[in-house]
Design a protein around this ligand. Structure first.
Ligand SMILES: NC(=O)N[C@@H](CC(=O)O)C(=O)O
Ligand SMILES: [Zn+2]
Ligand SMILES: [Zn+2]
Length: 346
């Protein structure tokens, strides 16, 4: 018996498309989504409305003619961000959200925020205008163990900032811990959380046991199995404030397979199929649509996509091991188990 599942066209609420050669190589792999929140951590970062508009044009030019993707742009919050520019870019529908990177927390975060008091006026303006703040939730204090940095961020930064800025709408990005799940679940209507496909699949053993696997290294780093199970439970719970954000973060293999390999997993080509497999294994296929196509739109106060895609269960799917980008290869995330779901949306 062939099992098939028709759902509203999925969105990706956390996507890195990069620029230039990399953009050209990876954009087609996200082209058949509905919408995607485009992360602004380019070098140099996207900090003004004008830069976001120019970046959106480069993305649209890189997409194939049959693309359905509508890129939703974000601004990279710095201590010098002008609240008036944020408000104007939002009013002009150039941006959908603003991204907070604690300085030094992750790839290209050097221009991020060190002193949270400096961004208070921007956050207050955003709360007033209902502009969501997407947050990379890790403390950067070198004294805090890397596996504890998400939980510490909630207590030391996120909760104090939210209390100081009532009405601020926050997406806790790429949550990796039970603490993150609990904070979003109990945090009220103004907080949502994205969950990646790779964090639904790997725990820290996959990165470190039996050899170090750089293509499983991303930030926040995958945690213990108990945390992965909490993420699967949250993702498969149905209607709510958890939604798919792939954090597909391509890097050249030369930068990952290095004595100091950089962070990011490239999941754009297979995240939906992997997610479907995880939901099947959890007995939750009836809730895949909520996670991939309903909850995120609801949080962003956008209508769900009207068109549909069909996923069909069959033979184990074959995904490329890597793709080519401007002379470099970029390894595609390998879930490590067979994926029986195929995407058919034409
Ligand atoms: N997730 C990652 O490990 N890397 C992302 C940055 C980010 O989302 O933190 C990247 O841009 O490479
Ligand atoms: Zn991040
Ligand atoms: Zn990211």
């Amino acid at each position: 018996m062939t099992l098939s599942l028709t759902i509203r066209r999925p969105d990706d609420w956390h996507l890195h498309l990069r620029d230039r050669h990399m953009l050209a190589a990876v954009a087609p792999h996200s082209a058949r989504l509905g919408r995607a929140i485009i992360m602004p951590n380019l070098v140099p970062p996207v900090v003004t409305g004008a830069q976001a508009a120019a970046y959106r044009d480069r993305i649209l030019a890189a997409l194939p003619p049959d693309a359905t993707l509508r890129p939703l742009m974000t601004l990279y919050l710095t201590e010098a961000t002008d609240p008036a520019d944020v408000l104007a870019a939002h009013r002009a529908r150039v941006i959908t959200a603003v991204k907070l990177y604690p300085a030094g927390a992750t790839t290209n975060s050097a221009s991020g925020v060190r002193d949270f008091d400096k961004v208070r006026p921007v956050l207050e303006a955003m709360a007033e205008a209902g502009i969501p703040l997407c947050v990379h939730g890790e403390v950067t204090d070198p004294a805090v163990d890397i596996f504890d940095r998400e939980a510490a961020f909630i207590d030391r930064v996120l909760d104090p900032v939210r209390r100081a800025t009532p009405g601020l709408r926050v997406v806790m990005e790429h949550i990796t811990t039970r603490e993150g799940v609990d904070y979003v679940r109990t945090g009220g209507d103004d907080i949502g959380g994205t969950i990646t496909a790779h964090h639904l699949v790997i725990n820290r053993n996959h990165i470190l046991a039996g050899g170090i696997r750089p293509h499983y290294y991303c930030l926040p780093v995958a945690k213990r199995e108990t945390h992965r199970l909490a993420l699967v439970e949250a993702a498969t719970a149905g209607p709510g404030r958890f939604f798919a954000g792939t954090d597909s973060a391509p890097h050249p293999d030369s930068a990952k397979e290095s004595a100091c390999g950089c962070a990011g997993c490239f999941t754009a080509p297979n995240w939906l199929q992997i997610t479907a497999q995880v939901f099947e294994d959890a007995g939750a296929l009836d809730r895949l649509e909520a996670f991939t196509a309903l909850n995120g739109a609801a949080f962003y106060r956008l209508p769900p996509n009207e068109d549909r895609v069909t996923l069909t269960r069959g033979e184990a799917a074959a995904f490329p091991r890597s793709i080519e980008a401007g002379g470099d290869s970029v390894t595609v995330f390998d879930p490590g188990f067979p994926i029986h779901w195929h995407l058919d949306d034409r």
